[in-house]
Design a protein around this ligand. Structure first.
Ligand code: AMP
Length: 397
């Protein structure tokens, strides 16, 4: 079975075609600047040189047509029978309160999805456009929506209720939702497997540390609380996002810069985080390099990030009911032994200790010292693969 995974942004589209027995990526690519001058389409088949074309892409339908043409073109490496698509898995950022798991999109589901647009006005409209376009161009292929929020729908009201007048929840669904759910779900399940029955129902905090970062407290396999909230802006300090701050800072910025709420949010979304602090880069490789050369604000940015993650982990221990394991994933969590060490150092009082060699080794595995009171894992995540797996599971139901 082959599954196509699609992630549609407002002017971009990314895709991967998976063969589901081996999870081999048969092809992948992306379209950028859809609907704008200078649109660019890139298609890659493993073992062949990437095909890049600057071609006008009037809208997402044109981009999906282009990708279907490339997939069907045997000269680009995939034999025609292998380019068959059994289903399309769409990343949908926000599922609101209604969607607790992935679903096949039928007319009733499509109607409900329409209501989620207001909750994620930047992300959900292009995500849904991707679904509509594929449904039109591939009417016989099932479309599956896989939500970033779904895994966190098991949070209890005490974890998701914001302390603002209740009517904003009752009437407008303003609450904590949490994101990166597909990744947290996979990493928690894999960590439980790696613990191999060492603790009955492990209490795990999954640390998805990448360009966007979030934490999730998992007990009995369910999300109990998470660091992101109503939007993916809150929680930990991130690459360019501020994470949690006093909301009064927003009105201060608006007065100081004489700017609109949209411009103030742009400062918090795109000009903040470790990039804002350091003035250097949102990329942790650059920051680690600059910090090693003595760049003070790069050092400060890394300090603030590590502390923010440790503080976030500590704050989630009550939700997990204790802590048997930490699991690190995503770009920073998987690839930065230095950052894992710095975060874990905050928990030495708990008896948590890393094995230096294992921490530096790379790849999946337990990196805690034998005597550590808390196990620590690195679990590589692959959100597209997880979306493909979710899609396959929904289609087999
Ligand atoms: P992601 O959003 O999961 O793709 O993660 C992207 C982030 O991972 C970027 O900030 C990168 O700097 C960071 N990253 C990737 N590789 C490394 C590495 N070897 N060391 C430190 N950070 C890394």
């Amino acid at each position: 079975m082959n599954i196509l995974v699609l992630n549609c942004g407002s002017s971009s589209l990314k895709y991967k075609l998976f063969e589901m027995t081996t999870y081999e990526v048969l092809a992948k690519g992306q379209a950028d600047r859809i609907g704008l001058p200078g649109a660019l389409f890139t298609h890659e088949t493993p073992g062949l040189a990437p095909v890049q074309c600057e071609t006008p892409l009037a809208d997402h339908a044109a981009a999906v047509s282009a990708l279907l043409t490339h997939l069907a073109d045997a000269r680009q490496g995939i034999p025609a029978d292998r380019s068959d698509i059994a289903g399309v898995g769409h990343r949908v950022v926000h599922g609101g309160e209604h969607f607790r798991s992935s679903v096949v999109v039928d007319p009733a589901v499509r109607g409900l999805l329409e209501k989620t647009k207001a909750l994620a006005p930047l992300h959900n409209p292009p995500n849904l456009m991707g679904i509509d376009v594929c449904a039109r161009l591939m009417p016989d292929v099932p479309q599956v929506a896989v939500f970033d929020t779904a895994f966190h729908q098991t949070m209890e009201p005490r974890a998701f209720t914001y302390a603002i007048p209740y009517r904003y929840y009752a009437e407008d669904a303003v609450r904590r939702y949490g994101f990166h759910g597909t990744s947290h779900r996979y990493v928690a399940a894999r960590t439980a497997e790696l613990l191999a029955g060492r603790s009955g129902d492990p209490r795990i905090i999954t640390c998805h540390l990448g360009a966007g970062s979030s934490l999730c407290a998992v007990a009995k396999g369910k999300s109990r609380d998470t660091s992101m909230g109503f939007t993916p802006l809150s929680g930990l300090v991130m690459g360019t996002r501020s994470g949690d701050l006093d909301p009064a800072v927003v009105s201060f910025l608006m007065e100081k810069e004489r700017c609109s709420i949209a411009e103030a949010l742009d400062i918090l979304n795109r000009q903040s985080g470790v990039f804002g602090i350091s003035g250097v880069s949102p990329d942790f490789r650059d920051l680690e390099q600059e910090a090693a050369r003595g760049h003070e604000r790069a050092r400060l940015a890394l300090d603030v990030f590590a502390y923010s993650a440790a503080r976030g982990i500590a704050s989630l221990i009550p939700a997990a009911g204790g802590l048997d394991a930490l699991a690190f994933t995503a770009g920073i969590g998987e690839n930065s032994p230095v950052m894992r060490l710095r975060i874990c150092a905050y928990f030495s009082w708990l008896g948590l200790k890393l094995d230096e060699d294992k921490n530096n080794a790379g790849g999946e595995g337990d990196i805690a010292a034998g005597e550590s009171a808390v196990r620590v894992f690195v679990v590589p995540t692959d959100e597209e693969k997880m979306i493909a797996r979710e899609t396959e599971a929904v289609l087999k139901k």
